[in-house]
Design a protein around this ligand. Structure first.
Ligand code: FE
Length: 204
C-alpha cells in the first residue's frame, strides 16, 4: 500500500463485506480476467432472473388444471411441457408434485436454498432459514400449522428435499367453485406458498 499522507482527516473504515461475498467477487474477477465469464452476459442473466415471479408457476398450474394433455406431459417431462407453452423452465431438472385429497406435498432444500427460481422467482427468506429447513422434515405438520395450514389426519404429508439437480413445483388442488374459469383467472388464485406446499387450500 502506498503511503497515505495527503489527507488531514481520517476516513471511517467502510463496513467489510462478509467473507463469502469477498470470495465470490474475487472469483468473478478471476473468471472475467481469464475470459471465462462475460460481464455483459452475466448482467443479462441476472436481469432475466430478477424478472421471474410466481406468476409463471401459477400459469403452469392453471394450465395443468384445464388441459389434461398438458398435465400428462407435465408429469412425464415437466421442463419440456413448460417450454412448450412458452415459459422458460430454467436449467435444472424439474418434477411436479400433485396434491390430492389424500396426499399433500411440501418442498424444502435441507442443504441450502435450491428452488424453482425460473418459475417462482427468488425464494422467500423463511425458505432459506435453518429453522424451516431442519424442522419441516421432522415435524411437517407442525411447521405447516405455523403457516396456517392444518392438515386433516387422513391426509398424508410428503416432504421433498430439493437439490442442485432436482427442483419441485407443487400443483395444488383446483378449488371446486371454479368451473369454466379461464387459465388467466385460475392463475390468479395460485400463490407462491401454495406452489411450495406450505399452503394447501386456495381461496376463491
Ligand atoms: Fe439448495
Amino acid at each position: 500500500m502506498m503511503p497515505h499522507d495527503h489527507h488531514d482527516h481520517d476516513h471511517p473504515a467502510p463496513p467489510a463485506l462478509p467473507p463469502a461475498a469477498r470470495r465470490l467477487l474475487a472469483l468473478r474477477a478471476l473468471l472475467v480476467e481469464a475470459g471465462h465469464l462475460d460481464p455483459a452476459r452475466l448482467a443479462e442473466v441476472l436481469h432475466v432472473i430478477d424478472q421471474r415471479s410466481p406468476r409463471l408457476g401459477a400459469l403452469v398450474v392453471a394450465r395443468a388444471w384445464t388441459d389434461p394433455d398438458f398435465a400428462e406431459r407435465l408429469r412425464k417431462d415437466a421442463r419440456t411441457a413448460i417450454a412448450s407453452i412458452g415459459i422458460d423452465p430454467g436449467p435444472a431438472p424439474l418434477v411436479v408434485l400433485e396434491n390430492t385429497a389424500e396426499v399433500h406435498n411440501v418442498v424444502v432444500c435441507t442443504l441450502c436454498s435450491c428452488y424453482p427460481r425460473a418459475l417462482l422467482g427468488p425464494p422467500p427468506d423463511w425458505y432459506k432459514s435453518r429453522a424451516y429447513r431442519a424442522r419441516v422434515v421432522r415435524w411437517p405438520r407442525a411447521v405447516l400449522s405455523e403457516f396456517g395450514t392444518s392438515l386433516p389426519e387422513q391426509v398424508a404429508v410428503r416432504v421433498h428435499d430439493s437439490t442442485a439437480d432436482l427442483r419441485y413445483l407443487v400443483i395444488p388442488e383446483r378449488p371446486a367453485a371454479t368451473t369454466g374459469w379461464s387459465v388467466e383467472r385460475l392463475a390468479g388464485l395460485v400463490g407462491r406458498d401454495a406452489m411450495i406446499g406450505v399452503q394447501r387450500t386456495l381461496s376463491v
